[in-house]
Design a binder for this molecule. Structure first.
Ligand code: GLN
Length: 493
């Protein structure tokens, strides 16, 4: 291997254990890659060189002592900047949190540290994870390594781009309506939204608490399973955290799909807004699964057509409550005023960007007396219909498949002034946030413009093992994983 930054997590683990290279060598390769690519991509908001170097040395001495905390020991990992990190500035890409250095680690961060991984830094996102392109960051946009004129997707665009380009071996993102899966699809990497409750949200800066989940980005399905296992598990600090046994995502990776029942979601297989190349690639993927022994049926889920509208009431409603805490008193920015109220209004007026304000307004309106029943309560009823549709589908199939997003990466600026067009980018991913079910995106090929296409696999609650089993088969058939790091060639080094 010529460049350590191109390694998968599992291959790097082998090299670290055989002594072929050290955790410091690996970190240096990743830093070098970041130095070569950041000027073009801007995947990171903060790179913590000192902290990471210390963690790499600690991992090295652990190896030397014969201490092994598992597959992430010594592995450089990046974090979306809406996960709080002790002593590292955390902004959620908002001006309102500029300069805020949290006094504690999110649970996922402490778990990664316990597993011996090396935290590289914090990646760019749409402000408070509201967006689908990473253009809503208050600190400048991130570009897609496959073509810098296009967006990396969002809101976890920095985490996706870093993994695609090799400035991280893996990363974490958060997915409220598709913010892990859609950027994974746009950047040609694997991205997973776990079952709601599987990964602790403690220390994740809340957007819409009933929808938010943290999950991994990696170059391979196997790596994603390793990273998920490291962060999943009950956490008393998150009251919605799942208390039962954690499903083993690594268990079926080599099992193939013989005998599995796969459903294609009719409503997501074409029509307005869907790129025919994406649909063709999804169909081709499913035929390969059929050839590998799965049975395939089409399943209609009529409610998914209403999921987007329901989401844009529920998510803003929850965000309007969650973002009330940013008032200039407790964290980050404070803009003065002659009264406390004026200070709060000035702080929020200057601190929040336009998309965040739009969401707060929408949410406050949807929750206000007189409109609550017509909007918020109605959206919750649609949410129930979506859950019912999924439950009905999973009576007859093991997993569902669809495109991850209706298109491949779009041009920078293309949808920036049209919020509705931007919202439509998540039409395939939002339903499983409403239901709490797991979903993931796996790259299957490139479109005519050379941009990656992702296919989405959905499974019932705690269905990670079967979801990863199908994902691993798709990955083998598509033979895309080796090409993921070729994205680096798109960026001058
Ligand atoms: N793009 C969607 C939104 O803007 C989803 C964002 C997310 O999953 N965090 O709300």
């Amino acid at each position: 291997m010529s460049d350590l930054a191109d390694l998968t997590i599992s291959a790097a683990g082998v090299g670290l254990r055989s002594g072929e290279f050290s955790a410091t060598d690996l970190l240096e390769a990743v830093h070098k890659r970041a130095t070569m690519t950041e000027a073009d991509l801007h995947a990171y908001l903060t790179i913590d060189r000192v902290g990471a170097a210390k963690a790499a040395v600690a991992a090295e001495s652990a190896f030397r002592r014969g201490e092994d905390h598992g597959p992430l020991q010594g592995i450089p990992i990046a974090l979306k900047d809406n996960m709080v990190t002790r002593a590292i500035e955390t902004t959620a890409s908002s001006k309102i949190l500029a300069g805020w250095v949290p006094p504690y680690d999110a649970t996922v961060v402490s778990r990664l540290k316990q597993a011996g991984s090396v935290i590289i830094g914090k990646t760019n996102l749409d402000e408070f994870a509201m967006g689908s392109s990473t253009e809503n960051s208050a600190y400048g946009l991130t570009r897609n390594p496959w073509n810098p004129d296009t967006v990396p997707g969002g809101s976890s665009g920095g985490s996706a781009a870093a993994v695609a380009v090799g400035s991280a071996l893996g990363s974490l993102g958060s997915d409220t309506g598709g913010s892990i899966r859609q950027p994974a699809s746009f950047c040609g990497v694997v991205g997973v939204k776990p079952t709601y409750g599987l990964v602790s949200r403690y220390g994740l800066i809340a957007f819409a608490s009933s929808l938010d989940q943290i999950g991994p980005f990696t170059r391979t399905v196997g790596d994603a399973a390793l990273l998920l296992q490291a962060i999943a598990g009950h956490d008393p600090m998150d009251s919605t955290s799942y208390q039962g046994a954690i499903p083993d995502a690594t268990s079926g990776l080599d099992a193939g799909v013989q005998g599995l029942r796969i459903g294609l979601i009719t409503e997501m297989m074409g029509g307005e807004g869907y790129d025919p190349e994406v649909i063709a690639a999804t169909r081709a993927t499913v035929s390969k699964l059929e050839n590998a022994g799965a049975t395939v049926t089409e399943i209609s889920m009529p409610s998914v057509d209403y999921a987007l509208s329901a989401y844009y009431l529920i998510a803003p409603a929850e965000c309007s409550a969650n973002l009330a805490r940013f008032d200039g008193v407790r964290y980050g920015l404070r803009v003065g005023g002659s009264t406390t109220e004026e200070m709060m209004a000035n702080t929020r007026g200057e601190g929040f960007g336009p998309e965040v304000k739009r969401r707060i307004l929408l949410g406050t309106y949807a929750l206000s007396a007189g409109y609550y029943d017509a909007y918020y309560a109605q959206a919750q009823r649609v949410r129930t219909l979506v859950i019912n549709d999924f439950n009905r589908a999973y009576e007859t199939v093991d997993v569902l498949i669809s495109p991850t997003a209706p298109t491949t990466a779009f041009k920078v600026g293309e949808k920036a002034s049209d919020p509705l067009a931007m919202y439509l980018s998540d039409i395939c991913t939002i339903p499983s946030n409403l239901s709490g079910h797991p979903g993931m995106s796996v790259p299957v090929g490139l479109d005519a413009a050379g941009l990656p296409i992702g296919v989405q696999i959905l499974a019932p609650a705690l269905g990670e093992p079967v979801m990863f089993r199908v994902a691993a088969e798709i990955e083998r058939q598509a033979a895309f994983a080796d090409r993921a790091v070729l994205a680096t060639s798109a960026v001058p080094r």
